[in-house]
Design a protein around this ligand. Structure first.
Ligand SMILES: [Fe+2]
Ligand SMILES: [Fe+2]
Length: 291
């Protein structure tokens, strides 16, 4: 039996500032990059899982693929709401969504199902050590942020932990070859990196009220170095043939979040500061500047 649950929420990010955590501007930008790139990435996975179902022989794996694809579809919809709220303020940002979608559509056309599943397997394996570091340091990274987005990201990253084994499970059932995945890992990482770099360039063009130095530096500069190093080592190890996400160290927060969700807490307002609005944030900083 799969342990995945598809949880749907009606997110609303209207008026959210581009820098949604004033204490962590570079991290805010990274999460915005994730929003714009991940929408088409997760839709691509959802499509690949649908196509894979016909090729999966094991019923358990088939169910896993279905629920995994659905979770990613729901994540993409949540990030679309965030992207729409930013596009309403900076219409030029639509370019990023269009470019990412074009890129993933072209890849879906040009490459085989084997490639799509290897792509999902390699990328999703990276997420567990990466999001563990993020969730472990939620106080530093999310506490000062707009509670709507902080809570959405915490939900999303917990579900990434929940379905950490799904993509590899499907890959192993349908394709199985480690070497095929390994051979293609370089170009896959290059593809994602190019989209992330493109998104920064587009932010610079279309978000006039954010100084360009916000895009410089390390988004995790406030996270203790041993934790970021551990995460980096975990990311490298996640690509090894013997890697099994099921045996990864997990963030305690996953169980905590599930406990709050099943206990009926409002997980849409779980973490961070009362909803901020871009106009109010700008006015507050203008008052601060005038003093
Ligand atoms: Fe996701
Ligand atoms: Fe995922």
């Amino acid at each position: 039996m799969s342990n995945l649950e598809v949880r749907k929420f009606d997110w609303d990010f209207e008026g959210i500032p581009f820098i949604w955590n004033p204490e962590q501007p570079r991290f805010s930008v990274l999460m915005n990059q994730i929003t714009f790139v991940i929408i088409s990435f997760e839709r691509y996975i959802t499509k690949a899982m649908r196509e894979a179902e016909a090729r999966i022989t094991d019923d358990e794996v088939k169910l896993e693929a279905r629920l995994f694809g659905q979770q990613e579809g729901v994540h993409a919809a949540a990030h679309t709401k965030h992207a729409r709220a930013l596009i309403a303020q900076y219409p030029g940002l639509q370019t990023i969504l269009d470019k990412c979608q074009e890129s993933y559509d072209a890849q879906f056309e040009a490459e085989s199902l084997e490639y799509h599943l290897a792509y999902a397997g390699s990328m999703e394996a990276i997420f567990t050590p990466f999001f563990k570091m993020v969730l472990d340091h939620r106080e530093i990274l999310f506490e000062g942020g707009d509670e709507r987005l902080s809570s959405m990201l915490l939900w999303h990253f917990c579900e990434e932990i929940e379905h950490r084994s799904s993509a590899l499970m499907v890959y192993d059932d349908v394709v199985g070859s480690y070497w095929y995945r390994f051979r293609n890992a370089g170009p896959m990482r290059k593809h994602v990196r190019a989209l992330f770099e493109m998104s920064i360039e587009e932010f610079k063009k279309h978000v006039p009220d954010v100084p360009h130095d916000v895009y410089e530096g390390n988004p995790f500069a406030s996270v203790p170095r041993p934790a970021t190093l551990r995460s980096a080592v975990g990311v490298l190890a996640s690509q090894a043939p013997w890697h099994d996400p099921a045996h990864q160290p997990l963030p305690d927060y996953y169980d905590e979040w599930i406990g709050k969700y099943t206990g009926g807490e409002d997980v849409m307002r779980l973490y961070g500061q009362p909803a901020m609005t871009a106009g109010a944030a700008a006015a507050a900083s203008a008052v601060g500047d005038a003093r």
